[in-house]
Design a protein. Structure first.
Length: 398
Protein backbone atom coordinates (compact mmCIF):
# COMPACT_ATOMS: atom_id res chain seq x y z
CA UNK A 1 0.00 0.00 0.00
CA UNK A 2 1.39 3.40 -0.96
CA UNK A 3 0.63 6.75 -2.57
CA UNK A 4 1.92 7.98 -5.92
CA UNK A 5 1.34 10.87 -8.32
CA UNK A 6 -0.83 10.65 -11.39
CA UNK A 7 1.57 12.84 -13.42
CA UNK A 8 4.95 12.86 -11.63
CA UNK A 9 6.65 15.07 -14.23
CA UNK A 10 3.92 17.71 -14.40
CA UNK A 11 4.79 21.35 -13.75
CA UNK A 12 1.36 22.04 -12.26
CA UNK A 13 -0.71 20.29 -9.60
CA UNK A 14 -1.38 16.59 -10.14
CA UNK A 15 -3.61 14.12 -8.32
CA UNK A 16 -2.38 11.90 -5.49
CA UNK A 17 -3.43 8.28 -6.01
CA UNK A 18 -3.71 5.44 -3.47
CA UNK A 19 -2.51 1.99 -4.60
CA UNK A 20 -2.68 -1.51 -3.12
CA UNK A 21 -1.55 -4.82 -4.66
CA UNK A 22 -2.17 -8.18 -3.02
CA UNK A 23 -0.58 -11.16 -4.74
CA UNK A 24 -2.43 -12.21 -7.87
CA UNK A 25 -5.31 -9.89 -7.12
CA UNK A 26 -5.95 -7.04 -9.53
CA UNK A 27 -4.24 -3.90 -8.23
CA UNK A 28 -6.52 -1.41 -6.51
CA UNK A 29 -6.06 2.26 -7.41
CA UNK A 30 -8.14 5.05 -5.94
CA UNK A 31 -7.97 8.81 -6.46
CA UNK A 32 -7.78 10.86 -3.25
CA UNK A 33 -9.08 13.85 -5.25
CA UNK A 34 -6.26 15.83 -3.63
CA UNK A 35 -3.62 17.52 -5.79
CA UNK A 36 -0.02 18.55 -5.17
CA UNK A 37 2.94 19.96 -7.08
CA UNK A 38 5.46 17.19 -7.90
CA UNK A 39 8.26 19.31 -6.39
CA UNK A 40 6.51 18.97 -3.03
CA UNK A 41 6.40 15.16 -3.26
CA UNK A 42 9.00 12.78 -1.78
CA UNK A 43 9.20 10.08 -4.46
CA UNK A 44 11.39 7.82 -2.34
CA UNK A 45 9.12 7.93 0.69
CA UNK A 46 6.04 8.04 -1.56
CA UNK A 47 4.58 10.76 0.57
CA UNK A 48 4.26 14.53 0.95
CA UNK A 49 7.37 16.49 1.81
CA UNK A 50 6.61 18.19 5.12
CA UNK A 51 8.76 21.09 6.17
CA UNK A 52 8.58 23.87 8.73
CA UNK A 53 6.47 26.77 7.60
CA UNK A 54 4.60 24.81 4.93
CA UNK A 55 1.28 24.33 6.68
CA UNK A 56 -0.36 23.61 3.32
CA UNK A 57 1.75 20.46 2.95
CA UNK A 58 0.94 19.35 6.48
CA UNK A 59 -2.75 19.73 5.62
CA UNK A 60 -2.34 17.56 2.52
CA UNK A 61 -0.44 14.93 4.52
CA UNK A 62 -3.19 14.86 7.11
CA UNK A 63 -5.86 14.41 4.46
CA UNK A 64 -4.25 11.58 2.51
CA UNK A 65 -3.48 9.80 5.78
CA UNK A 66 -7.23 9.45 6.19
CA UNK A 67 -7.19 7.08 3.21
CA UNK A 68 -4.31 4.95 4.47
CA UNK A 69 -5.77 4.85 7.99
CA UNK A 70 -9.11 3.69 6.61
CA UNK A 71 -7.40 0.99 4.54
CA UNK A 72 -5.41 -0.32 7.51
CA UNK A 73 -8.55 -0.48 9.65
CA UNK A 74 -10.37 -2.25 6.85
CA UNK A 75 -7.51 -4.73 6.39
CA UNK A 76 -7.40 -5.48 10.13
CA UNK A 77 -11.17 -6.03 10.35
CA UNK A 78 -11.20 -8.41 7.39
CA UNK A 79 -8.24 -10.41 8.77
CA UNK A 80 -10.01 -10.80 12.14
CA UNK A 81 -13.12 -12.06 10.34
CA UNK A 82 -11.06 -14.33 8.10
CA UNK A 83 -12.35 -12.65 4.97
CA UNK A 84 -10.41 -11.83 1.83
CA UNK A 85 -9.89 -8.20 0.92
CA UNK A 86 -10.47 -8.40 -2.84
CA UNK A 87 -10.36 -5.64 -5.41
CA UNK A 88 -14.16 -5.61 -5.59
CA UNK A 89 -14.50 -5.40 -1.80
CA UNK A 90 -11.99 -2.54 -1.60
CA UNK A 91 -13.72 -0.66 -4.39
CA UNK A 92 -17.12 -0.93 -2.69
CA UNK A 93 -15.76 0.00 0.74
CA UNK A 94 -13.90 3.08 -0.55
CA UNK A 95 -16.91 4.26 -2.55
CA UNK A 96 -19.21 3.84 0.45
CA UNK A 97 -16.78 5.67 2.71
CA UNK A 98 -15.55 8.52 0.55
CA UNK A 99 -18.15 9.08 -2.13
CA UNK A 100 -21.60 8.06 -1.01
CA UNK A 101 -21.28 9.52 2.47
CA UNK A 102 -19.09 12.41 1.32
CA UNK A 103 -18.53 13.29 4.96
CA UNK A 104 -14.79 12.71 5.14
CA UNK A 105 -13.79 16.36 4.80
CA UNK A 106 -15.52 19.48 5.99
CA UNK A 107 -16.28 22.49 3.77
CA UNK A 108 -13.16 24.18 5.14
CA UNK A 109 -11.07 21.05 4.41
CA UNK A 110 -12.31 21.07 0.83
CA UNK A 111 -11.52 24.78 0.60
CA UNK A 112 -7.92 23.89 1.51
CA UNK A 113 -7.83 21.39 -1.36
CA UNK A 114 -9.34 24.00 -3.69
CA UNK A 115 -6.74 26.59 -2.67
CA UNK A 116 -3.90 24.17 -3.34
CA UNK A 117 -5.14 23.73 -6.89
CA UNK A 118 -5.13 27.53 -7.24
CA UNK A 119 -1.57 27.98 -6.00
CA UNK A 120 -0.31 28.85 -9.50
CA UNK A 121 -2.59 31.90 -9.68
CA UNK A 122 -1.33 35.47 -9.31
CA UNK A 123 -0.27 36.14 -5.73
CA UNK A 124 -3.03 38.67 -5.06
CA UNK A 125 -5.80 36.32 -6.27
CA UNK A 126 -4.36 33.39 -4.34
CA UNK A 127 -4.20 35.55 -1.20
CA UNK A 128 -7.85 36.53 -1.66
CA UNK A 129 -8.88 32.87 -1.67
CA UNK A 130 -6.99 32.31 1.58
CA UNK A 131 -8.67 35.40 3.05
CA UNK A 132 -12.08 34.04 1.99
CA UNK A 133 -11.40 30.71 3.68
CA UNK A 134 -10.30 32.47 6.87
CA UNK A 135 -13.53 34.50 6.82
CA UNK A 136 -15.55 31.29 6.66
CA UNK A 137 -13.61 29.91 9.64
CA UNK A 138 -14.31 33.10 11.60
CA UNK A 139 -17.98 32.80 10.72
CA UNK A 140 -18.12 29.21 11.99
CA UNK A 141 -16.51 30.21 15.28
CA UNK A 142 -18.64 33.33 15.75
CA UNK A 143 -21.93 31.55 15.08
CA UNK A 144 -20.90 28.20 16.58
CA UNK A 145 -22.06 26.43 13.42
CA UNK A 146 -20.49 23.92 11.05
CA UNK A 147 -20.75 24.93 7.42
CA UNK A 148 -22.20 22.46 4.93
CA UNK A 149 -22.62 22.90 1.20
CA UNK A 150 -26.33 23.37 1.87
CA UNK A 151 -25.49 26.34 4.14
CA UNK A 152 -24.67 28.47 1.10
CA UNK A 153 -28.20 28.21 -0.27
CA UNK A 154 -29.34 30.72 2.35
CA UNK A 155 -26.31 32.75 3.34
CA UNK A 156 -27.93 35.80 4.89
CA UNK A 157 -26.24 35.05 8.21
CA UNK A 158 -22.79 35.31 6.65
CA UNK A 159 -23.71 38.58 4.93
CA UNK A 160 -24.77 40.09 8.28
CA UNK A 161 -21.55 38.75 9.81
CA UNK A 162 -19.42 40.33 7.06
CA UNK A 163 -21.06 43.72 7.53
CA UNK A 164 -20.79 43.70 11.32
CA UNK A 165 -17.67 41.71 12.18
CA UNK A 166 -15.51 42.22 9.07
CA UNK A 167 -16.78 45.75 8.41
CA UNK A 168 -17.10 44.97 4.70
CA UNK A 169 -18.64 47.43 2.26
CA UNK A 170 -20.89 46.10 -0.52
CA UNK A 171 -18.21 45.89 -3.22
CA UNK A 172 -15.79 43.99 -0.97
CA UNK A 173 -18.49 41.57 0.12
CA UNK A 174 -19.71 41.10 -3.45
CA UNK A 175 -16.18 40.17 -4.53
CA UNK A 176 -15.83 37.87 -1.50
CA UNK A 177 -19.05 36.05 -2.43
CA UNK A 178 -17.79 35.56 -5.98
CA UNK A 179 -14.74 33.78 -4.57
CA UNK A 180 -17.03 31.57 -2.48
CA UNK A 181 -19.15 30.81 -5.54
CA UNK A 182 -16.09 29.87 -7.59
CA UNK A 183 -15.18 27.36 -4.86
CA UNK A 184 -18.72 25.92 -4.81
CA UNK A 185 -18.73 25.48 -8.60
CA UNK A 186 -15.34 23.74 -8.38
CA UNK A 187 -16.70 21.41 -5.67
CA UNK A 188 -19.76 20.62 -7.79
CA UNK A 189 -17.60 19.70 -10.78
CA UNK A 190 -15.53 17.47 -8.47
CA UNK A 191 -18.80 15.75 -7.43
CA UNK A 192 -18.20 16.73 -3.80
CA UNK A 193 -21.78 17.99 -3.63
CA UNK A 194 -24.75 17.89 -6.00
CA UNK A 195 -26.17 21.39 -5.62
CA UNK A 196 -26.22 22.82 -9.13
CA UNK A 197 -27.25 26.41 -8.59
CA UNK A 198 -26.25 28.98 -5.98
CA UNK A 199 -28.04 31.81 -7.81
CA UNK A 200 -28.90 33.68 -4.62
CA UNK A 201 -25.27 33.84 -3.51
CA UNK A 202 -24.63 37.33 -4.84
CA UNK A 203 -24.74 40.96 -3.82
CA UNK A 204 -25.10 44.15 -5.83
CA UNK A 205 -21.86 46.03 -6.43
CA UNK A 206 -21.43 49.69 -7.35
CA UNK A 207 -19.19 51.69 -9.67
CA UNK A 208 -16.07 52.70 -7.78
CA UNK A 209 -14.43 56.10 -7.43
CA UNK A 210 -10.91 54.89 -8.22
CA UNK A 211 -8.44 57.50 -9.41
CA UNK A 212 -5.97 57.76 -12.27
CA UNK A 213 -2.92 60.01 -12.56
CA UNK A 214 -2.71 62.85 -15.05
CA UNK A 215 0.19 62.98 -17.46
CA UNK A 216 1.63 65.86 -15.45
CA UNK A 217 1.58 63.76 -12.28
CA UNK A 218 3.30 60.85 -14.06
CA UNK A 219 6.04 63.16 -15.33
CA UNK A 220 6.46 64.73 -11.88
CA UNK A 221 6.99 61.25 -10.46
CA UNK A 222 9.43 60.35 -13.23
CA UNK A 223 11.54 63.49 -12.81
CA UNK A 224 11.58 63.56 -8.99
CA UNK A 225 14.63 61.93 -7.42
CA UNK A 226 13.98 60.30 -4.05
CA UNK A 227 16.77 60.15 -1.47
CA UNK A 228 15.43 56.87 -0.08
CA UNK A 229 16.61 54.02 -2.32
CA UNK A 230 13.66 51.76 -1.51
CA UNK A 231 11.11 54.49 -2.26
CA UNK A 232 12.87 55.25 -5.56
CA UNK A 233 12.64 51.59 -6.56
CA UNK A 234 8.94 51.49 -5.67
CA UNK A 235 8.30 54.60 -7.79
CA UNK A 236 10.26 53.10 -10.68
CA UNK A 237 8.09 49.98 -10.48
CA UNK A 238 4.91 52.03 -10.31
CA UNK A 239 5.97 54.02 -13.38
CA UNK A 240 6.59 50.70 -15.13
CA UNK A 241 2.87 50.03 -14.69
CA UNK A 242 1.91 53.52 -15.88
CA UNK A 243 3.96 53.07 -19.05
CA UNK A 244 2.86 49.50 -19.84
CA UNK A 245 -0.69 49.09 -18.50
CA UNK A 246 0.15 45.80 -16.80
CA UNK A 247 -0.87 44.49 -13.37
CA UNK A 248 1.81 44.59 -10.69
CA UNK A 249 2.09 40.78 -10.85
CA UNK A 250 3.10 41.14 -14.53
CA UNK A 251 5.21 44.30 -14.71
CA UNK A 252 7.22 43.23 -11.66
CA UNK A 253 8.54 40.15 -13.49
CA UNK A 254 9.39 41.38 -16.97
CA UNK A 255 11.91 39.03 -18.58
CA UNK A 256 14.63 40.23 -20.95
CA UNK A 257 14.04 37.10 -23.04
CA UNK A 258 10.61 38.50 -23.89
CA UNK A 259 12.13 41.70 -25.30
CA UNK A 260 13.02 41.82 -28.99
CA UNK A 261 12.79 44.29 -31.88
CA UNK A 262 11.71 47.06 -29.53
CA UNK A 263 8.78 45.20 -27.96
CA UNK A 264 8.02 43.01 -24.96
CA UNK A 265 5.86 40.06 -26.02
CA UNK A 266 4.61 37.94 -23.16
CA UNK A 267 1.57 36.33 -21.53
CA UNK A 268 -0.03 37.68 -18.39
CA UNK A 269 0.10 35.57 -15.26
CA UNK A 270 -3.53 35.97 -14.19
CA UNK A 271 -5.43 35.63 -17.48
CA UNK A 272 -2.76 34.13 -19.78
CA UNK A 273 -3.62 36.92 -22.24
CA UNK A 274 -0.93 37.67 -24.82
CA UNK A 275 0.32 41.26 -24.74
CA UNK A 276 2.56 43.31 -27.02
CA UNK A 277 4.21 46.25 -25.23
CA UNK A 278 6.08 48.96 -27.18
CA UNK A 279 9.37 49.69 -25.38
CA UNK A 280 11.85 51.49 -27.63
CA UNK A 281 9.23 54.04 -28.70
CA UNK A 282 8.77 55.07 -25.05
CA UNK A 283 12.14 56.47 -24.05
CA UNK A 284 11.20 56.72 -20.38
CA UNK A 285 10.13 53.08 -20.17
CA UNK A 286 13.27 51.99 -22.03
CA UNK A 287 15.44 54.01 -19.63
CA UNK A 288 13.81 52.35 -16.60
CA UNK A 289 14.27 48.84 -18.01
CA UNK A 290 17.90 49.59 -18.93
CA UNK A 291 18.49 50.98 -15.44
CA UNK A 292 17.83 47.54 -13.97
CA UNK A 293 18.79 45.52 -17.07
CA UNK A 294 15.33 43.93 -16.78
CA UNK A 295 16.29 42.55 -13.34
CA UNK A 296 13.55 44.56 -11.67
CA UNK A 297 13.47 45.26 -7.92
CA UNK A 298 11.59 42.74 -5.77
CA UNK A 299 9.13 44.52 -3.51
CA UNK A 300 6.95 42.53 -1.10
CA UNK A 301 3.39 42.93 -2.39
CA UNK A 302 1.95 43.84 1.03
CA UNK A 303 4.52 46.64 1.46
CA UNK A 304 4.25 48.13 -2.03
CA UNK A 305 1.25 50.42 -1.42
CA UNK A 306 2.47 51.78 1.95
CA UNK A 307 5.88 52.57 0.39
CA UNK A 308 4.20 54.12 -2.66
CA UNK A 309 2.05 56.45 -0.54
CA UNK A 310 4.99 57.40 1.68
CA UNK A 311 6.86 58.49 -1.45
CA UNK A 312 4.15 60.45 -3.26
CA UNK A 313 2.75 62.28 -0.24
CA UNK A 314 5.58 64.84 -0.52
CA UNK A 315 4.71 65.82 -4.11
CA UNK A 316 2.66 68.96 -4.74
CA UNK A 317 0.31 67.55 -7.39
CA UNK A 318 -0.84 64.77 -5.05
CA UNK A 319 -2.11 67.02 -2.24
CA UNK A 320 -5.63 67.88 -3.40
CA UNK A 321 -8.65 66.25 -1.79
CA UNK A 322 -10.86 63.67 -3.49
CA UNK A 323 -14.26 62.37 -2.47
CA UNK A 324 -15.03 58.67 -2.48
CA UNK A 325 -18.51 57.17 -2.18
CA UNK A 326 -18.89 53.54 -1.12
CA UNK A 327 -21.94 51.58 -0.05
CA UNK A 328 -22.69 49.36 2.93
CA UNK A 329 -25.92 47.42 2.85
CA UNK A 330 -27.04 49.81 0.13
CA UNK A 331 -26.40 52.99 2.15
CA UNK A 332 -23.91 55.56 0.86
CA UNK A 333 -20.75 56.27 2.85
CA UNK A 334 -18.82 59.37 1.75
CA UNK A 335 -15.16 59.85 2.70
CA UNK A 336 -12.74 62.63 1.81
CA UNK A 337 -9.02 61.88 1.46
CA UNK A 338 -5.84 63.40 0.08
CA UNK A 339 -5.18 62.20 -3.47
CA UNK A 340 -1.98 60.41 -2.43
CA UNK A 341 -3.91 58.37 0.15
CA UNK A 342 -6.04 56.62 -2.49
CA UNK A 343 -3.27 55.76 -4.96
CA UNK A 344 -2.24 52.07 -5.11
CA UNK A 345 -0.34 49.68 -7.33
CA UNK A 346 -3.40 49.15 -9.57
CA UNK A 347 -3.66 52.91 -10.16
CA UNK A 348 -0.78 52.48 -12.61
CA UNK A 349 -2.81 50.22 -14.92
CA UNK A 350 -5.80 52.56 -14.70
CA UNK A 351 -3.53 55.53 -15.48
CA UNK A 352 -2.14 53.89 -18.63
CA UNK A 353 -5.61 53.10 -19.94
CA UNK A 354 -6.99 56.57 -19.17
CA UNK A 355 -4.06 58.47 -20.67
CA UNK A 356 -3.81 56.40 -23.85
CA UNK A 357 -7.54 56.71 -24.53
CA UNK A 358 -7.34 60.46 -23.91
CA UNK A 359 -4.49 60.60 -26.40
CA UNK A 360 -6.61 58.98 -29.11
CA UNK A 361 -5.64 55.31 -28.91
CA UNK A 362 -8.36 52.97 -30.11
CA UNK A 363 -9.90 50.42 -27.75
CA UNK A 364 -8.27 47.63 -29.75
CA UNK A 365 -4.81 49.19 -29.38
CA UNK A 366 -5.19 49.67 -25.63
CA UNK A 367 -6.50 46.11 -25.24
CA UNK A 368 -3.54 44.72 -27.21
CA UNK A 369 -1.07 46.30 -24.80
CA UNK A 370 -3.00 45.96 -21.53
CA UNK A 371 -4.19 42.40 -22.13
CA UNK A 372 -7.83 43.29 -21.40
CA UNK A 373 -10.09 41.16 -23.59
CA UNK A 374 -13.52 42.51 -22.62
CA UNK A 375 -14.39 46.03 -23.72
CA UNK A 376 -16.73 46.41 -20.72
CA UNK A 377 -13.78 45.83 -18.41
CA UNK A 378 -11.73 48.38 -20.34
CA UNK A 379 -14.44 51.00 -19.93
CA UNK A 380 -14.42 50.47 -16.15
CA UNK A 381 -10.71 51.32 -16.09
CA UNK A 382 -11.12 54.46 -18.17
CA UNK A 383 -11.38 57.41 -15.74
CA UNK A 384 -12.64 60.29 -17.87
CA UNK A 385 -10.88 63.48 -16.73
CA UNK A 386 -12.42 66.93 -16.43
CA UNK A 387 -9.95 68.17 -19.02
CA UNK A 388 -11.09 65.58 -21.55
CA UNK A 389 -14.75 66.53 -21.00
CA UNK A 390 -13.92 70.24 -21.37
CA UNK A 391 -12.01 69.66 -24.61
CA UNK A 392 -14.77 67.49 -26.06
CA UNK A 393 -17.40 70.06 -25.09
CA UNK A 394 -15.44 72.87 -26.73
CA UNK A 395 -14.95 70.85 -29.91
CA UNK A 396 -18.68 70.11 -30.03
CA UNK A 397 -20.14 73.52 -29.22
CA UNK A 398 -17.53 76.08 -30.30
Amino acid sequence: MYFYLNKPKAETNTLILFKYKNGSEKRFVYSTKISILPKDWDFKAKFVKTSKGRTDLHVIAKKINIYSDFFELLQSNYEIKGLKLTHEVLSNEFINKFEKQNSLLSVIDWFDVFIEEKRQLATNTYTKYIETKNNLIKYEKKTNTKLTFESFLDFKGYIKFAYKELNYIDNTLSRNLRFVKTFLIWAYKKKIHDIRDYKDLKLKSYATDHVALTKEQVLELYNYKFDNEILQKVIDMFLMGCFTGQRYSDYSVFDKLDYSNGFIRTRQKKTKAKVVIPVDSNKRLKKLLDKYDFNLPKIITQKFNPYLREAIKVLKSFQHEVKKTSYKNGEAIVTVSKFWEVVGSHTARRTFITLTLEDGWTYKEVMQVSGITDIRTLMKYDKVSDERLNNKTKNTWV
